[in-house]
Design a protein around this ligand. Structure first.
Ligand SMILES: Cc1ncc(COP(=O)(O)O)c(C=O)c1O
Ligand SMILES: N[C@@H](CCOP(=O)(O)O)C(=O)O
Length: 494
């Protein structure tokens, strides 16, 4: 499989999966994606019904990764997706499902589900891709004997997922940028309490977007990037997105019944039931994986983009205007991991929306830097947006509190603030007979203060995280300055 950049610079060069795994951002500042999306056929879907999560992950990944031997790739997925690693399942007997589908009930004639994605080591959906990424890095670096210095940005969950996945990995160091004092105390403690010598936490005096801009600024300094072997674990890294496609397939299989027709006789994708997914969104990485699953042929009806008060994405899907906010215009909310105003992966979707016209994408994203936005509202491209299944909505603090309370009262289920944003918005798009799967992106314990406000009680805390906030913390406070960051990296690699 050949990979290209959304900005077209390397259109004539061949790039394999393992090339782009270590490269992160493309040299022209764009994002990598496959030259052609592979497809998922109705027969394959039926064959995949009884596979374990690990083997399903292998089938999906193998479509994108043809430069790792099949035997090794299968071994990697089998070591990654185990009940032992996904041990924080609320119903322990379901841990081996990795992403159990929980039926809430029927609302407005639509079966409503939660897809539990946060049963991994750090209690957020990021583990599902990051645990695999850690193993892929280790495998690839072992082949070449090379080193990798990972530079990442987090609004709260990517950071801990990456650090837990990379702890003690040979040849890997992690430099993780987080917005100073903007994460929950549990999230900060998960990262800052790690004392491993290959982990460096840098608390940036700014918002998540400042952290992400720093990652891009350093990655776009090609000399520095090559000298210090900089890679990334954010969803600008294509491997993150691919690993996230798997749970859309798993969710679709769990929410539908086997086709009535015999294998080999299923008439076509239109004969298969459709499922809608609602995705709490910030950096657009999670829902981008849903978009790609849909482009591959997974029968997805709607992809509902749910934002919090930082509603840049909702504004775009409603109006066609993409208007990023500065730090002062980015709110600090009770779903802090979604406090993002400049969504990295959005560029991958715009590439598809514009018919994969890399020159236009390059122009638009340069315009974005200069004018803080772009407007597709009058274009024929935006008129076609619903062909991609996207709809959107925004949730407020009051709405997420009310949704947490109702879900607890009606379904005896405690959901975190981000999942509550998803459920709030999903309810606006229910259709009789179409299952609606809301992605559960984190466990409530990560946001105890907000949960206490909503329910007057603390969420349950796995024993592994008892008193985590009281552990000694190791982090450095730094300004949002790329030069200072480069000096820090240079001083801590050697
Ligand atoms: C708990 C949680 N929910 C939702 C999101 C938003 O996901 P994405 O950035 O992939 O849109 C994040 C951060 O990525 C998160 O950590
Ligand atoms: N919400 C994320 C932000 C980074 O997203 P990513 O998917 O690009 O890694 C976080 O929790 O850090």
């Amino acid at each position: 499989m050949n990979y290209i950049s959304t900005r077209g610079a390397c259109a004539n060069e061949r790039r394999t999966f393992t090339d782009i795994l270590l490269a992160g951002l493309a040299a022209d500042g764009g994002l990598y994606l496959p030259a052609v999306y592979p497809s998922i056929t109705p027969d394959e879907l039926e064959h995949w019904r009884n596979l374990s999560y690990a083997d399903l992950a292998y089938e999906v990944l193998a479509k994108f990764c043809d430069d790792i031997p099949a035997k090794d790739l299968r071994e990697l997925t089998r070591r990654t997706y185990t009940a032992q690693i996904y041990r924080h399942a609320r119903e322990s007997e379901k841990a081996e499902q990795i992403t159990p589908l929980k039926a809430l009930g029927i609302e407005n004639g639509a079966p409503l589900y939660l897809l539990e994605l946060s049963n991994g080591p750090t209690l957020a959906f990021k583990d599902l891709a990051m645990q695999l990424l850690g193993r892929l890095f280790e495998y690839t670096l072992a082949q070449s004997g090379a080193q990798l210095n990972i530079l990442g940005a987090t609004s709260g969950d990517t950071g801990s997922a990456a650090e837990y996945a990379m702890r003690g990995k040979q040849g890997v160091r992690v430099f993780m940028l987080s917005p100073h004092q903007k994460m929950s105390s549990f999230q900060s403690a998960q990262m800052y309490s790690l004392q491993d010598p290959n982990i460096f936490n840098l608390a940036v005096t700014g918002v998540f977007d400042d952290c992400q801009d720093l990652v891009k600024a350093v990655s776009n300094d090609h000399v520095f990037k090559a000298q210090y072997k900089i890679g990334t674990v954010n969803s600008i890294n294509w491997a993150r997105v691919v690993a996230q496609i798997v749970y859309y397939v798993k969710g679709w299989l769990a929410a539908t019944q086997p086709a009535a027709t015999k294998l080999g006789q299923t008439s076509g994708p239109e004969a298969l039931p459709k499922v809608s997914f609602c995705v709490p969104s910030g950096n657009f990485g999670n829902v981008c994986a849903g978009h790609i699953a849909r482009m591959m042929g997974l029968p997805i009806d709607k992809l509902v983009v749910a934002t919090n008060e930082n509603d840049v994405l909702d504004e775009f899907f409603r109006t066609g205007v993409y208007r990023i906010r500065d730090a002062a215009g980015t709110y600090h909310t009770s779903s802090p991991s979604m406090d993002i105003s400049k969504a990295s992966n959005f560029e991958r979707f715009v590439f598809d929306l514009l018919g994969r016209d890399a020159a236009r994408v390059r122009h638009l994203f340069h315009q974005l830097e200069a004018n803080k936005g772009f407007d597709l509202s009058g274009s024929g491209d935006f008129a076609r947006i619903h062909q991609f299944g996207f709809v959107s909505g925004r949730s407020s603090h009051q709405e997420r509190m009310a949704t947490i309370q109702q879900t607890y009262a009606r379904y005896a289920t405690m959901i975190d603030t981000h999942t509550a944003d998803g459920l709030t918005v999903a309810r606006r798009y229910l259709e009789p007979g179409v299952p609606m799967v809301v992605l559960e992106t984190a466990q409530p314990v990560k946001f105890s203060a907000a949960m206490r406000e909503a329910l007057g009680r603390d969420p349950e805390r796995p024993a592994a995280f008892a008193k985590i906030e009281e552990l000694p913390m190791r982090f450095e406070v730094v300004p949002p300055d790329a030069q200072i960051l480069k000096e820090f990296i240079a001083a801590h690699t050697g």
